[in-house]
Design a protein around this ligand. Sequence first.
Ligand SMILES: C[S@@+](CC[C@H](N)C(=O)[O-])C[C@H]1O[C@@H](n2cnc3c(N)ncnc32)[C@H](O)[C@@H]1O
Length: 311
Amino acid sequence: MDYTINSTKEYHLNQLNTLGWELTICNALYPENSPLRKHLRNNDSYGHLLYDYLYRLLPMGGIKKVIEIGGGYGYLMKDFLDRNESLEVSMVDISPYLLQKQKETLRHHDVSYREEDFLEVDPAVLAGFDLAVLNENLGDFPTLTNLSCNIFESAPEMIDPNLKRVQYVFEQYSFDRPKEETFNLNIGAINALEKLCASGIPYIYLGEHSCEASAPQPLRHLINIESAEDPEKISLMGHDEYSIKFSYLQQIAHAFNYASIRGPFADYVPFDVTEELRFIMASQGRYKDEDEVVCQFIEDLYKYEYLILMK
Ligand SMILES: C[S@@+](CC[C@H](N)C(=O)[O-])C[C@H]1O[C@@H](n2cnc3c(N)ncnc32)[C@H](O)[C@@H]1O
């Protein structure tokens, strides 16, 4: 079979009118009375926890100009501005609906907005930013699916531009060849990262559902994560997205001379395995609806990975 291109563009431009169906970790932790927060070591919102983690790793005091791509409801950036109100913030989003939500959430701050597909943004726009933030949106960017490994043997003049591009990125970044006959490639995430790295933004944060995730050894009996190693389809309301192969993104960043830190969201959203949580996880939350959400949330803290890139 031939490959296909999974795109969420039409959905984001014309259909999206809530993020409720794809409750992000950021949105799930935003309400102060979120039942998830009581399981955290620090009862706080996602943006605060992320900012505080970055503060330990990056010279956040010297970071002024921040660009967030795909900011959803704007909660993460509101938290960043709580921590440092002198940040100069730009938000880029493809969705007119969500950009409007961001304007409401950030109405007390002087923020600039750009309604555009990030992959079509003029690279000159990225000049001068100190930090780029992309949280839970790389999986929305286009993915090439059902690619055949035969393309590695095909002469470039015999194949279309998408396949030539696949050959190019494998060669350029020395990606390991997929183990299966067919595979999926997060080409949109790759294009986005190349664009960010080429712009020379000194600090980049990326976080998304990973296809290479695993639970730490001591928690494996409570958290069951089976990673396919190949980007997997995630079917959501009105669109499909794909999990992200972070090892490829890390290789691209290294090729652009960025150092990287990689890990699960649990690194900065830490929790203690209390007796109560152990019981909820061991019973797979089957005794209360609320517990089922807790199980899913704790699993997500390992299914989602981040990359912090430093030039
Ligand atoms: C799943 S939401 C995540 C929102 C938020 N970052 C969070 O963690 O709650 C994905 C976000 O990326 C945006 N997005 C998707 N594709 C995009 C693209 N090609 N260019 C810019 N923004 C995009 C969506 O409109 C949305 O704001």
